[in-house]
Design a protein around this ligand. Sequence first.
Ligand SMILES: [Fe+2]
Length: 175
Amino acid sequence: MNKIFPLIDRISNSSLLARTVSCWEEAVKRGGWTKVDLHKIPFTLLAAEYKPSIVTHTNGVAEAAVAMAEVLKRVYGDHIEIDMDILISGAILHDVGKVLEYAEVKGKYKKSASGKLVRHPVSGTALAAEMGLPTEVQHIIATHSYEGDKTPRTVESVLVHHADFTNFEALGGEL
Ligand SMILES: [Fe+2]
């Protein structure tokens, strides 16, 4: 997973790093996929001209969130507190539930039976809780999408949320 999502190695807390990796591995297993599949699964089933894989999307979101965090820290200094470990773990895991939400049927990607009932922010949060990820990371997964619009987001979740929508709408994605 560290090769697929290179920013994982910037998580300084070794336990958080290990749990972030395990959570992705467990999701892939439960979804009935292989790691190779991750490079093919589209990051969205919604209309979009170009649909990068879930790997490309996740790395784009994580890099954008980290870049924004670095700008904020440089510009606002001590006025802003950002936990980079939590930010990176949450960014890498924000869409982990999509491998449970999606299924491949005869070469086409569709919603899985469970995905029709439970969207990825919910299934991803449940899995992260089960895998021992801290509440702060669960919060990012739970609130990164429109499900979180009525919830006060932490700074780390605000960054992942906007990085996510930037990586979707800027590529022509429509909700
Ligand atoms: Fe996303």
